[in-house]
Design a protein around this ligand. Structure first.
Ligand code: BGC
Length: 697
């Protein structure tokens, strides 16, 4: 497995901080060097707070990593461009090394840190330093920093989303904070460990922690460890405090690395023949694995992970459509917990449907911890608010509701988890089918049901009618309503539940509508992305262009008026429901839409790669897949500093699983249809219906 080395000579520290984020699905710390100030503190999964514009966002909680060294009150600082951060993905460790200097001299500084994989509340780091060219009294400060806040928009605006309830530095360092809206409490405790010097607790208005000083000679090595416990309940804080107090840093490191190695062994990922691809895939897989907290019942997976502020920690369709398959086959319990997040939000989704004058449940385009719509609507671009951007996806990007139902069906198909369906899956399927039955309109002229005024996955075109993807997935959602009602007749446990949720008459109505949903496909095989799309001026993107930057300025400024699309839309629908289309039709549509796609969303390339693999164009697919897999390490979209592209990284796996490995259902049984990629060999272990299966490509 691979260690990744990031140098500040080659990348900005903010980029590196995303790439070297450590998490255990509960706590997350970005990979900022602990010896320098940073605006980023700690994220705790699920801890959100009310905030202007974004409704609710992940709270930037106190920063637990800092380690400051001073001499005569003067700080030691890293020499510019000399910072090297290493991420060891086999063991889940971040290493940092630098030469630090002050006017008095230089010292060699090295550290390692972990966010413990099994002791979910424990963050630990150890550092050693050695004066290079001076002797003197070096003071060490190990704070938890309280001064962090959330950066809002425009970026000059900061909002502090937590307040201090209690802090106590009389014995150990203890801190209790509460989110501004009083919904969540978070507790911190810290321990220091050193054989070389005594450290004592201290606090001031911005910090709480430990400090100590020592006289050092050139080349004398000093070693100190910092252990911070973070918990949402006091009982958990106490449980992990006991462990952290009892175990040395080395002991914590050992249990942590053993857990990571066990995880990798279970996955059994082997890639041969393409070193770069292997580097990308191990890296992405590591970050995807880090996101899941197996002690939590609910898995809320933000689009940019717990790696940054991108999209404010909100959850999108990325989770249900692009990320779920990775977890479904590698960690089925994580896939279940992801769907349980949707279950937890079902009541809010029902309220949302009612509020919008529809029936059933309408899932929000963006959501946070409470499941209400969290898409910002008007975003100010300057301090006066005179320049703003209007975002209409919250109102109009409604396919998310069908995406959630699709995910429930996928999960059940490949796990056979009856209990989940009984507890919540059936409710989601029926309530979402009910939503679509009230959302469609009968169009006499077309003699079909239409869905007007939406935004499809291609967000360039807004207020469109009959978006192919939306209509197709809505149709599927209604069909699922029928399928699961029929299935419930054969299962005693389900029957009662289904009859309590819907009726024969309602289901007949779903069947009738689903058979008549309008799909804008032409006789020549091309399915129009939405009504009127083909009347727009045509433009094809220059080959190899990713994003909008390589478009001519005139085109770039008028994208919505052209046939350019942001990401896979028609093709995403066709791939998800491939059994409804012939390969010829899919290929024809691929060849039409691919040259017109800018891939400005990182979700686009993985989906197209999946389609190509399905079509048997494996070499082309692999080329695209490799590019898609480089999204974060290669900073393909230029915004890595905002967080990890979760949906894209997992989307690459979706393409591997359903495209290259060809996992599908045949005669009601899961089957593989592995493809051959010249020069590249891949193997990994998946779980299908509780069975371990080794996949070899
Ligand atoms: C994409 C959406 C995606 C969102 C979050 C947008 O740019 O168009 O499809 O859900 O980013 O990743």
């Amino acid at each position: 497995m691979i260690t990744y080395e990031f140098s500040s000579k080659e990348r900005s520290l903010k980029e590196i901080a995303t790439l070297a984020t450590l998490s255990n699905g509960f706590i997350s710390v970005r990979g900022d060097p602990e010896v320098s100030k940073s605006e980023f503190g700690t994220f705790v999964s699920g801890v959100y707070c009310y905030t202007p514009i974004f409704y609710r966002e992940l709270v930037n909680l106190p920063r637990i990593t800092p380690i400051y060294l001073t001499i005569d009150g003067e700080p030691f600082r890293p020499i510019n461009g000399e910072t090297i951060i290493k991420l060891d993905t086999l063991n889940g460790i971040v290493y940092y090394e630098s030469i630090l200097e002050s006017s008095i001299g230089k010292l060699k500084y090295e550290s390692s840190r972990i966010v413990h994989k099994t002791f979910k509340g424990i963050f630990a780091e150890e550092f050693r330093f050695r004066p290079i060219n001076f002797a003197g009294r070096v003071c060490i400060r190990l704070p938890i920093e309280l001064s962090v806040s959330n950066k809002s928009v425009p970026p000059q605006v900061h909002v502090k989303l937590f307040k201090i309830v209690e802090s106590d530095s009389s014995n150990d360092s203890y801190l209790h904070v509460r989110t501004e809206d009083e919904v969540y409490d978070v507790y911190f405790k810290m321990f220091a460990e050193s054989n070389d010097l005594q450290l004592r607790p201290y606090s001031d208005e911005n910090e709480i922690g430990f400090l100590g000083c020592i006289d050092v000679d050139p080349n004398q090595a000093i070693k100190v460890a910092k252990k911070v416990i973070v918990a949402k309940e006091k009982s958990t804080l106490n449980k992990y405090s006991e462990i952290a107090k009892e175990k040395t840093y080395q002991e914590l490191l050992e249990t942590h690395t053993t857990a990571w190695q066990k995880e990798w062994k279970q996955i059994g990922l082997v890639i041969e023949g393409d070193i770069d691809f292997a580097r990308y895939l191990y890296f992405n897989t590591f970050h995807l694995l880090q996101m899941y907290d197996d002690e939590s019942d609910v898995f809320l997976l933000p689009a940019r992970g717990l790696h940054g502020y991108g999209y404010r920690g909100h959850v999108f369709w990325d989770a249900d459509i692009y990320s779920l398959p990775f977890y479904l086959f590698f960690k089925p319990s994580a896939a279940k917990a992801m769907l349980k997040y949707r279950c937890k939000c079902l009541q809010a989704a029902k309220e949302y449907a009612t509020k919008s004058n529809f029936k059933g449940a309408r899932f929000p385009w963006e959501s946070a911890d409470d499941g209400y719509e969290a898409t910002p609507r008007i975003v100010p671009l300057d301090l006066t608010g005179s320049k703003t951007v209007l975002i209409e996806t919250g109102e109009l990007e409604q396919h998310i509701t069908a995406d959630v139902a699709y995910a429930v069906d996928l999960y059940y198909t490949f796990t056979g988890d009856e209990q989940f369906m009984e507890e919540c899956g059936l409710k989601i399927v029926f309530e979402t089918a009910r939503f679509w039955s009230s959302r469609v309109k009968y169009d006499q002229e077309k003699n079909a049901y239409v869905i007007e005024d939406v935004i499809g996955p291609d967000e360039y075109h807004v207020h469109v009618n009959n978006n192919f993807y939306t209509n197709l997935l809505a149709k599927h959602n209604l069909e699922l309503g029928v399928k699961y009602f029929e299935l419930s007749r054969q299962k005693n446990n389900w029957r009662k539940i289904a009859e309590g949720l819907t009726s024969e008459e309602e289901v007949q109505n779903w069947r009738r509508i689903s058979q008549k949903i309008y799909l804008p496909c032409l006789t020549n095989g091309i399915c129009e992305e939405f009504e009127g799309y083909l009347q727009l001026p045509d433009f094809k993107i220059p080959e190899g262009c990713i994003g909008e930057k390589c478009l001519p300025e005139k085109i770039r400024e008028n994208i919505p008026k052209t046939r350019l699309i942001k990401q896979a839309d028609v093709l995403a629908g066709m791939f998800l429901l491939k059994e409804k289309f012939t390969k010829e039709i899919i290929e024809q549509n691929f060849d039409y839409y691919f040259p017109r796609t800018t891939h400005a969303s990182s979700l686009s390339l993985p989906m197209y790669a999946a389609v190509l693999a399905y079509l048997g164009r494996t070499e082309e697919s692999f080329k695209l897949l490799k590019l898609a897999a480089s999204a974060d390490l290669g900073n393909l979209y230029g915004n890595v500093e905002d967080g990890f592209h979760v949906g894209s990284a997992a989307g690459v796996w979706t393409a591997i699983l359903f495209g290259l490995a060809g996992i599908h259902i045949k005669n009601e049984k899961p089957t593989l249809d592995p493809k051959k990629i010249s020069n590249v060999k891949m193997a990994f272990n998946v779980t299908i219906k509780g069975q371990n299966v080794r996949v070899e490509l």
